[in-house]
Write a protein that binds this ligand. Structure first.
Ligand SMILES: [Zn+2]
Length: 333
């Protein structure tokens, strides 16, 4: 049997049973090590000083040697004021990391008890952190672009009377993937944006915003892509109706693989992805795609750093007190 991609069979550090044996204190220190990349030094969330700050053990906090600010491992992270202990946070992150098709709050509640909403908000805070920390560097080289429609799908003929309403909720996830030529197989960086539809105006704006001039863009023959500025980019077209991959090897496998992951997650795990949070689910799938070649240790490091460094979430802090995301995160040129 071949070794599964990206899983480190030798390491038992992240084995669920081993995690379950950690004390609450050990779990807290492991999160600290992963947040700050050191088991001895911390970064003050207020003034940024890196030091072995004073330990306030009884309060599970540190006090900054520079500005005297007291902070915990979750201060100014999306998980500040968490309702569950550090061991559960660690285990939840581990399950989130391991389940490439996504993690359902209901399953977490079944496994660990507690309130469904606690797990629901925790998982959403992780996804929302991805959305708020998308790296802003442009994509370059060979970039594949395609759109997939999610939310507001018409499931059966009987429901056709809801058609109009469903259409209103339908959104296009535009995905742009760098093709990683040469080195590892598959795609390099991926960016996904939600638009109302695959239309020329949004496509042209997105490309100028996200793709380095001089790059080659590969798309299907949808008319929206005729708006790609020819002076800046080389445009290659695959005609899906005629051929899956053209004779010259032009194809769109990377985008297809992203959409199939997202559809499997919708069908198998989340069941319903609403337009309000679609970008977060899409970014969750982007994360899974991007870390798939890493081992567990590296993924956990990546996950904790990314989530903890995202800062408090404007949409998810105080969710249980009625604070909600007011506007859909929709791109419109
Ligand atoms: Zn400080």
């Amino acid at each position: 049997m071949g070794k599964a991609l990206g899983h480190n069979s030798k390491s038992t550090r992240w084995n669920l049973l081993a995690l379950g044996r950690l004390s609450e204190e050990e779990a807290r220190l492991r999160l600290a090590e992963f947040r700050w990349g050191s088991s001895t030094e911390q970064v003050c969330p207020d003034c940024g000083q890196v030091d072995s700050h004073y330990v306030r053990r009884a309060r599970k906090q540190w006090e900054c040697k520079g500005c005297r600010f007291t902070f915990s491992v979750t201060t100014r992270t999306p998980l500040a004021y968490h309702k569950i202990d550090h061991r559960h946070i660690l285990v939840a992150l581990r399950l989130f990391e391991a389940h490439a098709k996504g993690e359902a709050a209901l399953v977490m509640q079944r496994l660990f008890g507690g309130d469904y909403r606690t797990w629901f908000t925790l998982l959403h805070k992780i996804r929302d952190a991805f959305t708020r920390t998308v790296p802003l560097q442009k994509l370059s080289g060979l970039v594949e672009i395609d759109a997939g429609y999610f939310s507001g799908a018409i499931r059966s003929m009987r429901k056709r009377r809801y058609k109009k309403k469903s259409r209103q909720n339908r959104r296009a996830a535009i995905v742009m993937r760098e093709k990683n030529d040469g080195k590892k197989e598959g795609a390099g960086r991926t960016v996904t944006i939600i638009c109302r539809s695959e239309n020329p105006k949004d496509i042209a704006a997105l490309i100028t915003m996200w793709v380095e001039p001089g790059s080659t863009i590969r798309t299907d023959d949808h008319p929206a892509y005729r708006s790609i500025p020819r002076i800046l980019y080389k445009h290659e077209v695959v005609n899906h109706k005629v051929e899956f991959s053209s004779d010259t090897g032009v194809n769109e496998n990377q985008c297809e693989s992203f959409f199939s992951r997202m559809r499997r997650s919708q069908t198998g795990i989340y069941h319903r992805i609403t337009r309000h949070y679609m970008i977060d689910y899409a970014n969750e799938m982007v994360w899974h795609e991007e870390v798939r070649h890493m081992d567990t240790e590296a993924r956990m490091r990546n996950l904790v750093r990314r989530v903890f460094n995202a800062g408090r979430s404007p949409d998810w802090s105080g969710y249980s007190h009625g604070h909600r995301r007011q506007k859909e995160l929709l791109f419109a040129a």
